[in-house]
Every structure is written in structure tokens, then in C-alpha cells.
Design a protein. Sequence first.
Lengths: 111, 144
Amino acid sequence: MELSVEKRNDVAIVAAGGRLDAGGAPEFETRCKALLQEGAKRLLLDLAKVDYVSSAGLRSLLVLAKAVKSAGGAMALCSLAPAVRDVMTISGFDNILPLAADRAAALDLLK
Amino acid sequence: MIELSMANDSADLARVLDEIDARLAELPVSPKRKYAVRLALDELLSNVIRYAYDDAAAHRIELRLDPGAPFVLTIADDGKPFDPTADAPPPVLAGPVEDRPIGGLGLHILKQMGLKLAYRRDGQHNVLRVEFPEEVPPCRPCST
């Protein structure tokens, strides 16, 4: 899993690439949790380069969403590939996590 | 026909997923179906590896993928009887984030993608047949 982090004010932007599955999700989750522990209140996950999400990836996203919520923060996802978006929608994640078209739209949602 | 055998561990599952990807790349299979095949193998075999065995011994899991029409995947394992079409609890798809249970979505996603699962117990084996939905529109000579 490719991961890069950029901070804009108190929003941590995590750009992920590859597969968010049993192989990639643990590293992704650990990295994002570390950002929350370092004080990031708002998390923007840019999944443009993620081409595959399995239930293991959904598990990590849900763990992060719960952590963000209990810390009083906010989290949004952006730039999902159509197949990835389908999996999110089928799983009912689109009504607990905002799925924005691009980074600018996601940053607006996190304001 | 693609036939593979794997051990009941996650490292061998990763090998098999990559090998199936490589084999499907040689066939006229749409990206959507490739995603569904990886997801079906990933979710169903992860369940077998995690839940089918009470011992620490190595077991073989047999896979067969018939890329014809219908496009069918068959998984056979010698684990304890488990019918994923009947024994899985229903998923929770609504409600606030704090009330969503962690897990339990794999089979739900496969069914929603239109995959038809049929289970039978054959002697000491669980045999799961997975039929993929017909491609619409059909993938006629995939030039790209």
C-alpha cells in the first residue's frame, strides 16, 4: 500500500494507493490512527489510487470513523474509483462517511 | 479451466490472488468481473482460513475457476461444516457510525454484486459454488 501524508491546517490528508485489503489495511489504519494521536482532528482520505477495497479495508475505515467520531473530529473520503464507490454504497458506508468527488469538495465538507 | 491448490494461510492466499489475476489477464474478462473474482476469493477464502479449522495442521484448499458461460468458481475445503449461504448473520447497513458493528460485510457485498452462492457438504468437504452474473453488455473482443 502506498501512503503519503500532507497537512493543511488541522486537516491531515492521506493519499493512499494500491489495495485496501487484508494486506494493505493494517498499515493504512496504523498510519491514520497515528495522525489522530498526533492531534489531527480532521482526516481526509484521498483514495484516487486505490483500485480495490475488501471487507478488511471497510473494517479499517469503520475503525477510523469510530475513532474520529469519539474524538469529536470529522472524516471524509474523496476521489473514489467507481468499483470502490460501489463497494462503499453496497455496504451502507455512504451514509456514515461523506464520499466527495475530489479534494476540494472534501475539504469544503470538513470545514 | 484454471485449477489451483493452496494452503490455509494468508500468505498463500495472497499468492493465489495474484496468480488468478495474472491468468485472467490473458482472458477476455472485464475489469468489473476481475474485481468480483478477486473479492470472492479474498472474502470466501479468508473465512475458510479463519473459521474452518480447529487444529493447527496445514490443510489444502482446492480452487477451480471455469471462465466460460456461466463463469463459475468452486472452492473445496476439508474444514468443519459451514454453509455461508445460511449461517452468516445479516449485515447492519444503517444507523450511526458508533452503532455499526465491525465486520460481517464480505458475503453481503458478494451477494449484492449478483454472485450466486450454492453450498453442499460432500463427505469431509465443504464445496462452495459461486456463479458470477452475466456480463452486460457482453465483453466482445476486448480490444482495450
